[in-house]
Design a protein around this ligand. Structure first.
Ligand SMILES: [Zn+2]
Ligand SMILES: [Zn+2]
Length: 436
């Protein structure tokens, strides 16, 4: 079946789904009748048969959708409807964006992958798997151009894999293998160093987290690792015990630091004439939650952290999303006060830390919203990790009689309060010999 020869299939499908007063014998042979008068299936064999049939039907229908959406693109139908692509057409029919793009991608690639298309037509190949094979071929072809014959062989090798992830892994291995077998050519850039192949995806997950994958050339990778390396160092806890963070967590924390350092620099591209900053959008009316521009709703605790920090902005909006107030300037620590804090704290003041001044948020000891002032005696420099420990992690900070910040470790209500800690000399991430 080809996308342009769907008529017979569609006729059969319509016949199948149209309720007709048929003779008793084959009345319940129609799909719609089966759905209307379900029988309880309790035995293993029939139940498994139902599963197999349903999965096969799903694979077939996904194949038909992919073929049909590619056909609409060839005929220019999305453009006539002011849509960018067949994927948008599917989205307008209620298909989730990821699935819509996948269907369009698989449909477009179908004519170059006849063996795969034949298998899909038999209902034995799911669309996720077909998509992985198509992507695998593109991955290899980008690195080592494939002849028609090679392509068929590669498809066969990819199709014997069991899962889409294994298909992708096999494709990467084959690309490396084929590139290694290429004759040496002085002009060609080695795959590892070819920045044309660089790729990065960033998605906001259903939980509102941000997940990313990337694949970059050796030099860009080297730069990234060089930037991350010193920021990944383990930092002992205030009592000197080892940093409990696993390496993956330390690496992610380091990435956050890189981004914040970048955002705090003024030499960077503008967006709409202003330097892009993280903005918290805060509805004036009660009963609405605060949101961030890219990632959506955030909890009150995180909103407090954002409004506490002078480098992040808050925009108060009315019921229609129009800004009312762009934040009172007194909330922000002035350069003079920050300089004073830098002299007193010498970096993150949390005992044992000491991350440099330029990485630190200025935390309001008494929140600005609770009448806390923006002054040296109500401010303390904290790196993002320890700023978060105060807002989210149960740590408390106050200004001691020596006019230096003192910290109270987290403890359960009713428990004896642990000893208070002052910034001390065991500071890891600082150039200064001792604590401030
Ligand atoms: Zn704070
Ligand atoms: Zn710190």
């Amino acid at each position: 079946m080809d996308a342009t020869h769907l008529d017979t299939f569609i006729d059969a499908l319509i016949d199948e789904l149209t309720p007709v007063p048929a003779p008793e014998d084959d009345a319940d042979r129609r799909l719609c009748h089966l759905l209307d008068s379900p029988r309880r299936v309790l035995d293993e064999q029939p139940l498994l048969a139902v599963l197999v049939a349903a999965v096969t039907a799903r694979n077939l229908l996904d194949h038909v959708i992919a073929q049909a959406v590619a056909a609409t693109e060839r005929m220019g139908i999305p453009a006539r409807k002011q849509l960018r692509s067949g994927a948008d057409l599917l989205t307008s029919l209620g298909v989730a964006p990821g699935a819509a793009h996948r269907a369009a991608r698989v449909g477009r690639a179908a004519h170059t992958l006849p063996a795969l298309t034949r298998a899909q037509r038999l209902g034995g190949v799911g669309i996720e798997f077909a998509d992985a094979v198509g992507k695998g071929i593109t991955h290899i072809d980008n690195r080592v151009p494939l002849s028609e014959e090679d392509r068929a062989k590669v498809v066969t090798k990819l199709m014997i894999q069991t899962t889409p992830a294994q298909v992708a892994e096999k494709a990467r291995a084959m690309a490396i293998d084929k590139a290694g077998a290429q004759p040496e050519d002085d002009q060609s850039v080695p795959v590892a160093e070819n920045s044309d192949l660089n790729e990065m995806t960033v998605v906001v997950t259903e939980e509102g987290r941000v997940a990313a994958t990337f694949d970059v050339d050796a030099l860009t990778g080297e730069e990234l690792l060089t930037a991350l390396d010193p920021l990944c160092r383990p930092i002992p806890l205030p009592d000197g015990s080892p940093d409990p963070r696993p390496v993956g967590k330390r690496r992610a924390d380091a990435l956050g630091q890189l981004v914040r350092t970048y955002l705090s620099h003024s030499h960077r591209p503008m967006s709409g004439g202003v330097l892009p900053h993280v903005s918290l959008i805060r509805p004036a009316a009660a009963g609405f939650v605060d949101t961030l521009g890219f990632t959506g709703p955030v909890s009150a605790v995180t909103a407090d952290l954002i409004t506490c920090d002078s480098t992040l902005g808050t925009v108060i909006v009315d019921g229609n999303g129009a800004p009312l107030d762009v934040g009172r300037s007194e909330r922000l620590f002035t350069p003079a006060i920050r300089k004073g804090l830098a002299v007193r704290d010498g970096g993150c003041a949390h005992p044992g830390c000491g991350r440099p001044v330029s990485w630190c948020d200025a935390h309001h000891i008494i929140p600005w919203g609770s009448d806390g002032t923006t002054s040296i005696d109500n401010g303390v420099l904290l790196c993002r990790r320890h700023h978060t420990a105060i807002h989210h992690g149960g740590w408390q900070v106050y200004l001691g009689p020596d006019r230096h910040p003192w910290f109270i470790p987290p403890h359960k209500p009713g428990e004896a309060e642990p000893a208070h800690l002052r910034s001390h000399a065991r500071r890891t991430m600082t150039d200064l010999p001792t604590a401030a």
